[in-house]
Design a protein around this ligand. Structure first.
Ligand SMILES: Nc1ncnc2c1ncn2[C@@H]1O[C@H](COP(=O)(O)OP(=O)(O)O)[C@@H](O)[C@H]1O
Ligand SMILES: O=P(O)(O)OC[C@H]1O[C@@H](O)[C@H](O)[C@@H](O)[C@@H]1O
Length: 486
């Protein structure tokens, strides 16, 4: 059997011959504004590396570079039952992780969709009450005979939180459309513990973890060649292990049991890269997304590349072409004029439409957005959706290339998770194409690229459990898990 290698996506005939010239010109202009060349990517990576270094310095910079208090690789021998909760941008998961102590683990989980209103509730306790309610339900279902003693919990919190010690997390800023007052600047571990105490839950938050740190550690538990944990989901971010001696901002703040020669996991929080707008080529639609967001001026890199925004970017281009009289003339735009009415599943489904006349797209836009399109308009919308997805994939990997360049990694596995990575059509192929262009690799078979993006282990579940186990091990030996005196 001849191995044919990865199957190329079906090439579509997709003739644009029947599309009016003025619409073709407008489409081409939009497509080129979303196109980022290899040369541009390389310039972005150079700036990204200097921003990563700035984030580790005492002076600081745009990228937080948060020490995550994981100071050694897992051995794969960590063992025991751990609860994990994963508060992402779209879902909340409660996971029971059974670490086998032999590089294997089993997980049982329940997934809860975050209620839409919760992102912007004015009650700062409502989100943590929701989490405690989900935990209570999961524990009741899973431990039908009740819990003996206290369950250790790893809390995966996918937002930028400063940590003076591992079981603390001071929220720096909300991202991904969240805007709940009274949480930024506060310790989210304490806020959760208050709600768990009110329900008499026998649970102890051993560690607060970012999902990228969890992804990094979970993947190292099974694959020692892992160099980074990255998320392409509602948001975008990455984590890696840094030499403590290179973390200037920790100088003089660590106990002797974390010597300069040791390692420290860093939650980069690089969604905030280029808030100064000196490297990334932004389109007019990116500027609108930023202006409309609850936190203008923040998360520039994330707003151009992550799942929360890709559908909105497509919506804005469609509305713009309509307002210029180029498409959807005389259509009722009341649905399409609503911000965020299109989530990222819309460009994903449009790009995946297998029909020459884009029938699926026609049905989707009519049913959900109440607009009737011509086949020519659908072809243009699909081409723009493709260019938005391609740009997302290509700039998303700049964070990977920058960390690898900074750490001198010339090969290894990048453990990736998140719905955009797992579900966006051709995202994996386009991401590897971006890496190839950045490094100017001549190899054409992605499976032979020296740096490989691979599917991660369950970082927010198993990763949280492994980190909780590593933390308990250090605490049992009286070793530090935070800044001196924290
Ligand atoms: N078919 C799809 N293709 C690509 N992205 C999708 C698809 N469906 C949903 N998404 C996007 O994936 C994001 C959810 O990411 P996920 O990693 O599952 O959750 P979380 O961010 O909570 O961890 C949302 O922004 C959503 O718009
Ligand atoms: O898993 P999600 O929700 O897509 O999160 C990805 C990233 O989203 C960013 O907005 C957060 O600041 C990060 O902490 C997080 O890692």
């Amino acid at each position: 059997m001849v191995h044919l290698g990865p199957k190329k996506p079906p090439m579509r005939k997709g003739s644009m011959a029947d599309v009016p010239q003025d619409l073709i010109e407008a489409m081409t202009e939009v497509e080129s504004s979303f196109t980022v060349s290899g040369e541009q990517l390389r310039k972005v990576v150079d700036h990204f590396v200097s921003e990563l270094e700035k984030g580790l310095s005492k002076k600081g910079g745009n990228i937080p570079m948060i020490p995550a208090w994981v100071v050694k690789y897992p051995t794969g021998k960590e063992k025991g039952d751990y609860l994990a909760i994963d508060l992402g941008g779209t879902n909340l998961r409660v996971v029971l992780v059974k670490l086998g102590g032999d590089n294997t683990f089993d997980t049982t989980q329940s997934k809860y969709k975050l209620p839409d209103h919760i992102r912007t509730t004015q009650d700062s306790e409502e989100l943590f009450r929701f989490i405690a309610e989900c935990l209570e339900a999961f524990v009741k279902e899973t431990y039908i005979d009740g819990v003996k003693g206290t369950l250790p919990l790893g809390f995966t919190f996918s937002y930028p939180a400063s940590q003076d010690k591992i079981n603390e997390g001071i929220l720096q800023r909300w991202t991904k459309g969240f805007d709940i007052p009274g949480v930024e600047g506060h310790d989210v571990v304490g806020m959760l513990q208050k709600q768990m105490k009110a329900k008499n839950l026998p649970i102890d938050v051993v560690a607060l973890i970012n999902d990228t740190t969890g992804t990094l550690v979970a993947s190292l538990y099974t694959d020692p060649d892992t160099k980074m944990g990255v998320i392409f989901g509602t948001g975008v971010n990455g984590a890696y292990f840094e030499q403590v001696s290179d973390i200037e901002k920790l100088e003089g703040k660590l106990s002797d049991d974390i010597p300069p020669s040791s390692l420290m996991a860093i939650n980069c929080e690089y969604g905030s890269f280029d808030n100064e707008h000196v490297a990334l080529p932004r389109t007019k639609y990116d500027i609108i997304v930023d202006k409309q967001s609850p936190r203008p001026g923040q998360q520039t890199f994330e707003k151009m590349s992550s799942g929360y925004y890709l559908g909105e970017l497509l919506r804005l281009t469609i509305v713009d072409l309509h307002d210029r009289g180029l498409i959807l003339n005389h259509q009722d735009m009341s649905e399409l004029n609503k911000p965020y009415v299109m989530d990222t599943s819309y460009p994903a489904k449009i790009v995946e439409d297998p029909f020459e006349n884009l029938e699926d797209t026609d049905n989707l836009l009519q049913k959900d957005l109440k607009v009737k399109t011509t086949v020519q308009e659908r072809k243009v919308i699909r081409r723009i959706a493709e260019s938005i997805g391609r740009r997302s994939a290509r700039i998303s990997v700049c964070g990977i290339a920058a960390v690898c360049q900074k750490r001198g990694y010339t090969s290894g596995h990048i453990a990736a998770d998140g719905s955009v990575y797992k579900m966006y059509p051709n995202f994996k192929e386009m991401a590897h194409e971006g890496l190839r262009d950045i490094h100017e690799w001549t190899e054409t078979d992605p499976s032979k690229y020296p740096i490989q993006i691979v599917s991660a282990e369950d970082g927010s579940g198993a990763g949280a459990a492994v980190i909780a186990a590593l933390t308990e091990e250090r605490l049992a030996k009286g070793l530090s898990v935070g800044l001196t005196g924290a």
